[in-house]
Design a binder for this molecule. Structure first.
Ligand code: FAD
Length: 512
């Protein structure tokens, strides 16, 4: 990867000069437009004069500036959700240092250029895509223990999760983390961060002890409990891209100890089993982490009579309860041929069993939070009725329940910006499709099905809120859904650090 980055950087420097010549004609045309510092090309990208790109390339000393003709440009700017893949940036600034980030902020302000910040590019709603400057943070990768501290690790602002996990493994430590290697630590941490350790250690953002960020006025500040404490509070769940560009995160870590991991499947009496799981597992010890999936087959799978599948993936840290005791009445109903349990596996080896490997595709996800006591038989029956009505696209979809509770609920809703405390389950329902295999009409039907499923199930279960790390472009009242009673304070922080809303996207927090 380092070699590729170095190649990309050299190619960029070389091609930049070639590109500058090639774009001179376009720039001359732009200069003829009165009052325009740059203009939108017909392709939808922005075109500042070549001299502006030269200035930026000189200022981004620790990284590189790429233009569309450069090698790897298309790969670097491809988002995980291909629904937003058609929005191509005019250029990419690959930042290697906080000074590079400051140079980008200065440049976009001078040119009034739209921009977006990107780490892992896994934002569900395309908030890290832009027709302007893409500020790519992935060269700022690293995770090192803080000397003299008791288990603090400082992660650089563009580090991908895979790097964080490798380093944690070397150090014999862990945090609350997800399963997908290619998610960026920045987006993950700033939006809360869920994973199988969360019931034992809290949300990933609960483990954040300090962060450094470049703010709208171009300064590079440290925020922790003692300094810039309001900004620190906002960075613990206020979601990426709202308050500045984070260049590092200092995290409290925990020893990585052996765990038991499992993937259990049920093939019969699915509504009854789902109800029992949602009810009985809510009483599990904090050492238990899980995610329930009900997977609805794609149309190809339906043609081959693939049935609906109910499964649960998760892990158990050392506990005074066994899996059998935790699963109670559902244990005997497991389809043993399709299920796996691996007991007492070294922590990071166990994560290889849990890892999620995905490729970019097209999707929208809708989420809400539920209490086990509010999930009745009638709501469960409705979920399976909706599943049967799904307009089948060429990709399977799932409705899922991420088990929350435990340590998450021992933090008050206003203690950090992550407000969703006091629940047992984070519910979500997917719509997945592939273009051009699935028609526009079918995609519209799938999205409508998803909305109706979501509305109906939320009503029946009194579900509330939505997870800000699963941003949903179709969510009407997203401010309240993501931030609840913390919205007003977040708006105050925004007013203090970014009153002119330099950092903006479709669901950005607005200044008070
Ligand atoms: C396959 C997949 C698996 C996932 N698994 C989990 C999971 O297990 N747990 C979980 O909690 N979430 C999970 N998510 C959701 C994921 O955590 C969020 O989408 C997260 O915001 C993605 O971060 P990113 O850096 O990869 O994305 P990006 O798209 O790069 O960034 C996300 C947002 O943060 C902003 N941003 C990026 N870098 C910075 C920075 N350095 N400073 C400030 N703002 C920045 C972006 O502008 C954007 O608004 C998953 C998503 C996918 C697609």
């Amino acid at each position: 990867m380092d070699r590729l980055m170095a190649l990309g950087l050299q190619a960029s420097r070389r091609n930049f000069l070639v590109g500058a010549g090639r774009f001179a004609g376009a720039a001359a045309a732009v200069r003829l437009m009165p009052g325009a510092a740059f203009a939108a090309e017909t392709s939808g990208t922005y075109c500042p004069p070549p001299s502006a790109w030269t200035d930026l390339a000189k200022a981004v000393k620790g990284g590189a500036v790429l233009r569309p003709e450069d090698p790897f440009f298309a790969d670097i700017c491809r988002p995980n959700n291909l629904r937003y893949g058609a929005t191509l940036p005019a250029g990419i600034a690959r930042c290697g240092t906080p000074e590079d980030v400051q140079a980008c902020i200065k440049w976009v302000k001078e040119l009034a250029m739209p921009f977006a910040v990107r780490s892992g590019g896994h934002n569900y709603a395309g908030f890290s895509t832009t027709p302007g400057l893409l500020i790519d943070m992935t060269l700022m990768a690293g995770a090192e223990p803080v000397a003299g501290s008791d288990g603090l690790v400082r992660v650089l602002g563009g580090t991908l999760n895979s790097y964080v996990y490798k380093q944690m493994e070397r150090l014999g430590r862990t945090i609350t983390h997800g399963r997908c290697d290619s998610v960026g630590a920045a987006g993950f941490l700033l939006g809360g961060g869920i994973g199988f350790n969360m019931r034992k250690f809290g949300m990933a953002s609960d483990l954040l002890r300090a962060t450094e960020l470049v703010t709208a006025d171009g300064s590079h500040v440290k925020a922790d409990a003692a300094t810039e404490s309001a900004l620190y509070w906002a960075c613990r769940g206020g979601a990426g891209g709202n308050f500045g560009i984070n260049t590092s995160f200092t995290l409290e870590t925990r020893p990585a100890e052996p765990v038991t991991v499992f993937n259990l499947v049920w093939t019969k009496d699915l509504p009854k089993v789902l109800k029992l799981l949602l009810t009985e597992l809510a009483a599990a010890p904090d050492e238990f982490g899980s995610k329930i999936n009900v997977t609805i087959p794609s149309w190809q799978e339906r043609c081959a009579d693939v049935p609906l599948k109910l499964s649960i993936l998760g892990q158990l840290h050392k506990s005074n309860k066994t899996l059998k005791e935790i699963f109670k009445s559902t244990w005997e109903l497991i389809d043993k041929d399709q299920s796996q349990v691996k007991e007492n596996v070294p922590y990071w080896t166990a994560q290889d069993f849990l890892v999620e490997t995905t490729f970019p595709y097209y999707y929208q996800e809708k989420s809400s939070y539920m209490k086990a006591a509010d999930i009745g038989d009638e709501a469960i029956a409705a979920m399976f009725d909706w599943a049967a009505k799904m307009p089948a696209t060429s990709m399977p979809v799932a409705f899922k329940f991420f088990q929350v509770g435990g340590a998450i609920n021992r933090v008050g809703p206003t203690e950090t910006a992550y407000v969703h405390r006091g629940y047992d389950w984070l519910f979500s329902v997917e719509a997945n499709w592939w273009r051009p295999t699935d028609s526009v009409l079918l995609i519209e039907q799938a999205l409508e099905w998803q909305q109706r499923f979501y509305d109906d199930v939320n009503r029946r279960t009194k579900a509330q809120g939505a997870f800000q790390n699963f941003p949903d472009p179709s969510l009407a009242d997203w401010q309240r859904a993501y931030y609840g009673e913390n919205l007003a304070r977040l708006a105050q922080v925004k007013k203090a650090v970014d009153p002119a809303m330099l950092f903006t996207f479709a669901q950005a927090i607005r200044p008070a």
